[in-house]
Design a protein around this ligand. Sequence first.
Ligand code: 5RP
Length: 236
Amino acid sequence: MTGELSPIDKAKFVAAKRAADLVEDGMRVGLGTGSTAAWLVRCLGDMVRKEGLKMRGVPTSTRTAQLAREVGIEVITLDEARWLDITIDGADEFDGDLNLIKGGGGALLQEKIVATASDQMVVIADLGKEVSRLGAFPLPVEVIPFGWQTTQALLEETLISMDVLGRTATLRMNGDTPFVTDEGNHILDLHLQRIGNARQLALVLNQIPGVVENGLFIDICDTVVVGHGDGRVEIR
Ligand code: 5RP
């Protein structure tokens, strides 16, 4: 499955492999989205096919659902599972309090719902995702398409009153057309540079009409498994 990996892929793989070992027979597992989470899904698929692991997965995107089925994982919906034993997902940034920015892959809405409905959320990441303060990575905010430019203006106005450096919200594109999430929404990426009070910002953003969810995961993640390019793994 791994062949010759670049250091970054090796870091993602070893983090995913360590987290996959947390999955036990009978567990209902939230499956994240992104390149690191894809390694996890492949690892779990191997365990299902080769070691007879009995688990069911709730994917956080159509991409992850497709990959999970391809590798032999039984896929169920969140409503079928009702509650999950564990969710394992990647992140765009994590800080010392294990708060996160997620949504670089555009799946933040399902990712937040699934992680919140889990006994524990484990993030898998390479060391490059660790920051002392969140905000260098553009913060994704999912908005409904109706009146998105008005929502954008409201967002930018709101940012002026917050402890952030940048105040620009840009519409995420997919080539020439706006990016569309699995829920049929758009994403506005907030270029903040540095978030002073992430908890407050997360609450304020979700008060704005037209905003569906934001990519700040506050007090949701329990553990971060950090992979290194030389194969070492650290647990935070
Ligand atoms: C998708 C996400 C991803 O977990 C995040 O973007 C990290 O992706 P990658 O593992 O490819 O770096 O939040 O919405």
